[in-house]
Design a protein around this ligand. Structure first.
Ligand SMILES: Cc1cc2nc3c(=O)[nH]c(=O)nc-3n(C[C@H](O)[C@H](O)[C@H](O)COP(=O)(O)O)c2cc1C
Length: 433
């Protein structure tokens, strides 16, 4: 028997490409046929955002420069949501980097760096949109904790991104910033239902609700995680089995049942994980590390190798300069930093200026002399990781296993693997249609 499409039935299966294209347009289906078939076989449900139907797979934003146009565009081209991380993207544009690398510290230099980063973000969005060919969704991830948060939101909205995803702080002002862009999806990242409830109440008063919510598990996710201390990261209160049902109960009391899709993030690596999370009530999943080790990822191959080859014993949780717990691979820089941290904390003092001139973080442990927070320049070490400097870089990574072990595969291969039940024969993938 012919399987039914989750999007629309093809009857005898003899519709032409043109008719199918038209139907996809009308139904706002943004998934190419090969991936639609894979989704159909998987029995998983599509993700609906702003009436657009895509694969239930989201590639999480990864700074600095790790998820830019190549990765986000490739994910969207397959019919998923690809996310560009907005921070310090000039690093991917030699002309912009050269023009701003050696500036003397001054308010004018800071302004020039910020302008270069906005120009880089604009270029990245346009290139990702071109790669995606109108499929999937292109999102921009912006950390609430960065100084240029509002400017990155404005640039993303003006350049027509499908969604703005905000983490590392509560984006209570996002509906105001996006008031003139009702068609852009707004997606906050949170880790527990209490924060979700607070945000919903505040946003409701502003007349706008999230178009989806990412629930990121602090025990598993890579990079900065949403817990108040390193110890709290392990708290079982963050388990999806707790947070998802609690959030659905909140939706019920607020009359929002079925209105806001939940996207679970952290430690997801297989079809079974996605199935389990959809059964729990999530609509989709977000993966970071697994996408960071794809051929299309915008970081250097050495970066991918460090992440792919790390074992659970190589992982470490520590406090970032942004004041949040973070998770990374224990590479040489991080090992040495953690050894000398007590001494650095003893001498922590407010600095006359930011190491990189542009004050990337609103509050920075190093610049502000806050000894309770991380004592390093986050932009510098993440920038070193991006170019594959294993000695000097900070390599953010999630704690979970990877779908292909230590192998580097392409985005289409990863997405198909995630949609495939383990016993099924592999599907031939042609992302071009
Ligand atoms: C290298 C790396 C950088 C990341 N940077 C960011 C970031 O800038 N903003 C953000 O919201 N999340 C960031 N994350 C988190 C991911 O978007 C994603 O939610 C998380 O990694 C999911 O967990 P997983 O890696 O186990 O799949 C980062 C993760 C990694 C691995």
């Amino acid at each position: 028997m012919k399987p039914m499409s989750p999007f629309f039935s093809t009857g005898e299966g003899c519709i032409t490409a043109e008719v199918r294209g038209l139907l996809m347009e009308i139904l706002k289906v943004r998934v190419p046929l090969s991936f639609e078939l894979a989704l159909e076989r998987s029995g998983l449900s599509p993700l609906l955002i702003k009436g657009k139907s895509i694969l239930p797979i989201v590639q999480g934003g990864m700074g600095v420069g790790v998820s830019a146009h190549k990765l986000a565009g490739a994910v969207a081209q397959c019919g998923g949501m690809g996310t560009i991380s907005s921070i310090d993207l000039r690093r991917l544009h030699p002309d912009l980097m050269e023009g701003t690398k050696y500036l003397k510290p001054s308010p004018e230099s800071k302004e020039l760096i910020n302008q270069a980063n906005i120009e880089a973000l604009k270029r990245e969005i346009l290139m990702a949109q071109e790669i995606s060919k109108g499929r999937g969704l292109i999102a921009v991830n912006i950390m609430r904790a960065v100084n240029e948060y509002a400017a990155y939101v404005k640039c993303s909205l003006e350049n027509g991104v499908d969604a703005i995803v905000v983490g590392a702080g509560l984006p209570l002002d996002l509906p105001d910033l996006a008031a003139d862009y009702p068609d852009t999806a707004l997606i906050p990242i949170l880790s527990e239902s209490r924060g979700i409830h607070l945000l919903l109440r505040k946003w409701e008063k502003k007349g706008r609700l999230p178009d989806a919510i990412v629930i990121e598990h602090p025990r598993w996710a890579g990079g900065h995680v949403g817990a108040s201390s390193i110890e709290e990261v392990q708290n079982p209160k963050f388990d999806f089995e707790t947070v998802i049902p609690d959030t659905l109960a909140i939706f019920k009391t607020m009359g929002l049942e079925g209105k806001i899709p939940l996207i679970a993030a952290g430690g997801i690596s297989s079809f079974d994980d996605i199935k389990r999370l959809q059964d729990l009530g999530a609509s989709a999943v977000q993966l970071g590390t697994a996408f960071a080790v794809t051929t299309e990822c915008d970081a250097d191959d050495e970066f991918k190798k460090v992440l792919a080859e790390a074992s659970p014993e190589d992982m470490v949780d520590f406090l970032s300069a942004a004041g949040l717990p973070a998770r990374a691979v224990k590479t040489p820089w991080l090992t040495q930093y953690l050894e000398v941290l007590p001494k650095l904390q003893d001498v922590a003092r407010k600095k006359p200026r930011c190491t990189m001139t542009f004050d990337c973080l609103h509050d920075c442990g190093l610049r502000d002399g806050n000894s309770q927070w991380g004592q390093f320049c986050i932009d510098k070490v993440l920038g070193s990781a991006l170019v594959g400097n294993v000695q000097k870089g900070l390599f953010f990574r999630g704690a979970g296993k990877l779908p292909f072990g230590n192998q580097i595969k392409s985005v289409p291969e990863l997405i198909i693997k995630l949609l495939e039940k383990s016993l099924e024969p592999p599907l031939h993938v042609n992302p071009a249609y």
